[in-house]
Design a protein around this ligand. Sequence first.
Ligand SMILES: *[C@@H]1O[C@H](CO)[C@@H](O)[C@H](O)[C@H]1NC(C)=O
Length: 270
Amino acid sequence: MLKIILLSALTGLVLAEDLSLQPRYLEDVPQTRVVGGREARPHAWPWQVSLQIGSGRSFSHTCGGSLIKTGWVMTAAHCVDRSNTYRVVLGAHNLNTAEGTEQIMNVRQIFIHPQWNSRNVGEGFDIALIELSTEATLNSAVQLAALPPSGQILPNKSRCIVTGWGRTSTNGPLSNVLKQASLPSVDQETCSRPDWWGSFIKTTLICAGGGSNSGCNGDSGGPLNCRGDGKYYVHGVASFVSALGCNTFQKPTVFTRVSAYISWINSITG
Ligand SMILES: *[C@@H]1O[C@H](CO)[C@@H](O)[C@H](O)[C@H]1NC(C)=O
């Protein structure tokens, strides 16, 4: 259902003759295989959350997100711009098993970036903040993400890892366990070359992957975790990929660049 809704939101886009330049949310990609992804060590990414949509009494995973404060989760705008019942699960590894580490949170309020336009994902602003109805308890399975300093730009080929429970094959099931894949960053200069994404790539976006054997995995809203002084910082919020798939040569996965939104995040979360 979500897939159909998201696809219809994209039908207004006329971007390029070239199919590879048409963006798709990660949920919607006819991806035939996943390269380089593997199961994460349980709770190795303790800020990773599962955003879930309720239907009746059951909830199902729809997007990833990052816990940025005990009462706040950062995700993609396109994950939360429909009227659904949402909940957030923290501290999970296998979504099909009660592991004892989960904290299941209701949502108090959702703040979508005011400039988000679901008919033009390429403009950027694909970022939203979810206020939880109760504060998370931090422990070994639940920790806060570190965000980069405002305006920080990663050099080309920085070491980044995308994480998520995203689909593992065409229309296939979600992964039960959290997976991770190495996805080196690609700088603006390279990503906006005509034979990469071209001028489509705004400076508020960050590209990662797109090499001949880059991995892909994860799902919309989830973190791009990049290595900084001794730890990982969440530099990106997964936004879209090429219609040809997330491991298409020179069509990296595109993320909202978190360092472009630090003051907006602070203005909302206090
Ligand atoms: C950045 O890295 C990519 C490979 O990931 C490479 O193709 C490209 O030439 C590099 N860009 C620059 C400016 O060195």
